[in-house]
Every structure is written in structure tokens, then in C-alpha cells.
Ligand binder design. Structure first.
Ligand SMILES: *[C@@H]1O[C@H](CO)[C@@H](O)[C@H](O)[C@H]1NC(C)=O
Ligand SMILES: *[C@@H]1O[C@H](CO)[C@@H](O)[C@H](O)[C@H]1NC(C)=O
Ligand SMILES: *[C@@H]1O[C@H](CO)[C@@H](O)[C@H](O)[C@H]1NC(C)=O
Ligand SMILES: *[C@@H]1O[C@H](CO)[C@@H](O)[C@H](O)[C@H]1NC(C)=O
Ligand SMILES: *[C@@H]1O[C@H](CO)[C@@H](O)[C@H](O)[C@H]1NC(C)=O
Ligand SMILES: *[C@@H]1O[C@H](CO)[C@@H](O)[C@H](O)[C@H]1NC(C)=O
Ligand SMILES: *[C@@H]1O[C@H](CO)[C@@H](O)[C@H](O)[C@H]1NC(C)=O
Ligand SMILES: *[C@@H]1O[C@H](CO)[C@@H](O)[C@H](O)[C@H]1NC(C)=O
Ligand SMILES: *[C@@H]1O[C@H](CO)[C@@H](O)[C@H](O)[C@H]1NC(C)=O
Ligand SMILES: *[C@@H]1O[C@H](CO)[C@@H](O)[C@H](O)[C@H]1NC(C)=O
Length: 251
């Protein structure tokens, strides 16, 4: 079981700042609301930063500039998995950021609620335990996006993602995950952030042989999310801290 517990959160009232896109350009779903992500208590993510892979072994603390009532869920998704990494049975791939790439779910924690001191807690096990980014040797930097969503009381994973078992973290069922399908059900992400990660032993980024798109699986195109954006209200700080330690991860 993975537990999320709270640590100190500021009671200061803050205003959400919309400075720049908080999701990778061209990707869907998108948001301009910043999710604060901090690894090891001292490594704070700025959007699109290239972070050192060895420092990402443990799940980060995730905080937000506002108080959100209700229940929430957090997802971390790699948007740059070579399609050739998958021996899928189907012909359709959820599109990644560039042609011939798809996605992989790295973390899915549901049941997050805000505690009295402003932090989010969850006593439910992660649907997908946190998996350390681990892109291939000499591959391009992979782009990993954190999404915070509202979680309706009756939420179940949409059909694209449903029926999969996401643990242990090495399972291939994590590939070809659709975040847009989730947004279609629960609305746009309330906040997001994203990072890039290279394999630490890479000497020549992008020289990795990506393979070809599998036969019958032409490059996918992104289906734009057309739902209404959710407006954020009632600002205060909150911090999500995930206590589970994860040592192993794939991709
Ligand atoms: C905030 O609340 C959570 C849940 O009650 C608790 O685990 C945590 O220790 C609290 N943090 C602080 C700084 O009081
Ligand atoms: C939170 O709000 C403050 C004040 O507007 C701003 O300086 C800070 O950058 C915001 N942090 C995030 C993660 O949005
Ligand atoms: C950040 O925290 C980690 C884990 O406690 C520690 O190993 C590392 O040296 C710290 N880095 C800095 C720059 O303080
Ligand atoms: C896909 O299947 C082929 C044939 O069994 C195998 O050689 C290859 O290693 C597999 N690739 C992956 C990524 O599992
Ligand atoms: C990707 O997921 C969709 C929805 O679950 C499925 O229809 C498709 O076959 C999958 N693609 C591969 C290559 O497994
Ligand atoms: C969940 O509840 C909402 C509001 O009642 C409803 O619109 C939606 O269709 C329900 N979703 C599912 C999957 O039952
Ligand atoms: C990088 O290389 C070192 C030495 O061979 C190895 O121990 C380590 O696991 C490699 N890191 C990754 C992420 O593959
Ligand atoms: C692998 O894919 C990336 C992204 O599409 C590309 O930049 C790179 O050149 C490819 N590597 C090779 C060896 O073709
Ligand atoms: C898919 O994208 C790759 C890289 O851009 C390109 O070489 C290839 O022709 C494309 N395949 C199809 C079927 O469009
Ligand atoms: C959250 O709930 C409190 C107490 O019911 C209420 O006063 C506040 O307006 C709500 N905030 C939002 C953003 O819904």
C-alpha cells in the first residue's frame, strides 16, 4: 500500500499565477495552472527542466497554490515512449509528443483529499505506484508530465485505460495510457507540470535506434480535448507528500 501523508503547508492565501503553459506545447489535455513538484525536499521543478535521473528515485512532494475541496487524483505520464518498445496486440497507439512515440503511466494516486492543515492525504493504495523515470540509453530526453485532476465520487478509469493492472511498476499495461480519455470524463487538469529526463549514461542523445513504427500502427495524431476548462477558486497552499519509496522503474 502506498500512503500519502501531509507535511507542513502554508496557510497563506495565495493567488494562482498563470505564467506559462504547464503542459508540454501541443499536448492534450493542457492547463496553465502550476503544480509545484519537489523531489527530495530540495529539487523544485520548473516546467520543461531537465532533471537528473538518479535524483528521481522517490516520489516527489506535490503542492498547489490553492485549497481544493473534494477528492483529487494525481498522474505522471511519460509522453515519449518509442512505439517500438511495445509488443502490443492492437494497431492503435495513444500518441506521444513526436511521431512514432506513445505514452507510459508512471504514477496514479487517487483518493487525495485536503487535510485541516492544508495538505492532501490519501489512505488508498496507489492505482499505479510511482515509477522512477528511466528512459533508454542514448534516447532523446523523455518528457514526463504531472497532472492533478478532480476525482468524481463515481470515477472509474475510462474504457481506453480500464481493465488494466498497473502494478508492479514494470508491467507493460502501463504503456499506451490515455490521459485525454481521463480528461474527457473528469474535465481538464486542475494543475500540471512537466520535466525532461535523460538516461544518465547517455553520451549521444537521440542516437538510440528507436525502431520503426510497428506494421499497421501508423503515427497517431492527437485528438484534441474539447471539454470546458475548470476554473480554480479559493486559494491557499496545500502539499502532497507521498511516502512510498520506489527504487526500481522501467522507462
Ligand atoms: C498535516 O496533517 C496530516 C494529516 O493529519 C499530518 O499527517 C501531518 O503531520 C500534518 N502536518 C503538519 C505540518 O502538521
Ligand atoms: C503561487 O503563488 C505565488 C503568488 O502568486 C507565486 O509567486 C508562486 O509562483 C505560485 N506558485 C506556483 C507553484 O504556482
Ligand atoms: C537534496 O536532498 C537529497 C536527499 O536528502 C540530498 O542527497 C542532496 O544532497 C540534497 N541536495 C542539495 C543540493 O541540497
Ligand atoms: C517483441 O517481440 C519480439 C518477438 O518475440 C521480441 O524479439 C522483442 O524483444 C519484443 N520486444 C519488446 C519490446 O518486448
Ligand atoms: C492501446 O490501447 C488501446 C485502448 O486500450 C487499445 O485499443 C490498443 O490496441 C492499444 N495499442 C496497442 C499497440 O496495444
Ligand atoms: C458520475 O456522476 C455524474 C454526475 O451525477 C454523471 O454526470 C456521470 O455520468 C457519472 N459518471 C459515471 C461513469 O457514472
Ligand atoms: C548507468 O551505468 C551504471 C554503470 O554501468 C549502472 O550501474 C546504472 O544502472 C546505469 N543507469 C541506468 C539508469 O541505466
Ligand atoms: C529517435 O527518435 C527521436 C525523436 O523522434 C529522433 O530525434 C531521433 O533522431 C531518433 N533516433 C534515430 C537514431 O533515428
Ligand atoms: C511516422 O513518423 C516518422 C518520423 O517522423 C516518419 O519517418 C514516418 O514516415 C511516419 N510514418 C507514417 C506512417 O506516417
Ligand atoms: C470549500 O468548502 C468550504 C466549506 O464548505 C467552503 O466555505 C468553500 O467555499 C469551498 N471552496 C471551494 C473552492 O469550493
Amino acid at each position: 500500500m502506498s500512503s500519502i501523508s501531509a507535511v507542513g503547508a502554508s496557510a497563506l492565501l495565495l493567488t494562482a499565477s498563470i505564467v506559462q503553459a504547464q503542459t508540454p506545447p501541443g499536448s492534450q489535455p493542457s492547463t496553465n495552472h502550476a503544480l509545484a513538484v519537489k523531489y527530495n525536499g530540495n529539487l523544485t521543478l520548473t516546467p520543461n527542466a531537465l532533471l537528473p535521473q538518479p535524483l528521481l528515485a522517490s516520489a516527489p512532494a506535490v503542492s498547489l497554490n490553492q485549497t481544493l475541496n473534494g477528492t483529487h487524483m494525481l498522474m505522471l505520464v511519460d509522453l515519449a515512449i518509442p512505439q517500438s518498445s511495445i509488443n502490443g496486440t492492437g494497431s492503435e497507439f495513444y500518441p506521444g509528443l513526436v511521431p512514432c512515440r506513445t505514452t507510459r503511466l508512471h504514477w496514479l494516486q487517487s483518493g487525495l483529499t485536503q487535510s485541516a492543515n492544508g495538505t492532501f492525504v490519501s489512505d488508498t493504495a496507489a492505482i499505479a505506484d510511482y515509477g522512477q523515470p528511466h528512459p533508454g540509453l542514448n534516447d532523446i530526453a523523455h518528457t514526463y508530465t504531472f497532472y492533478l485532476f478532480s476525482q468524481p465520487a463515481n470515477f472509474t478509469l475510462p474504457s481506453w485505460d480500464a481493465g488494466r493492472v498497473f502494478n508492479p511498476i514494470s508491467v507493460s499495461a502501463r504503456m499506451n495510457f490515455s490521459v485525454s480519455a481521463v480528461a474527457d470524463v473528469v474535465g481538464a487538469p486542475l494543475a500540471a507540470n512537466y520535466m525532461r529526463v535523460l538516461n544518465p549514461n547517455t553520451t549521444a542523445p537521440g542516437t538510440f535506434l528507436n525502431g520503426t513504427c510497428p506494421t499497421g500502427a501508423p503515427n497517431s495524431t492527437v485528438t484534441p480535448y474539447t471539454g470546458a476548462a475548470i476554473q480554480l477558486q479559493g486559494m491557499a497552499s496545500a502539499v502532497v507528500v507521498v511516502l512510498s519509496l520506489v527504487v526500481f522503474a522501467l522507462l
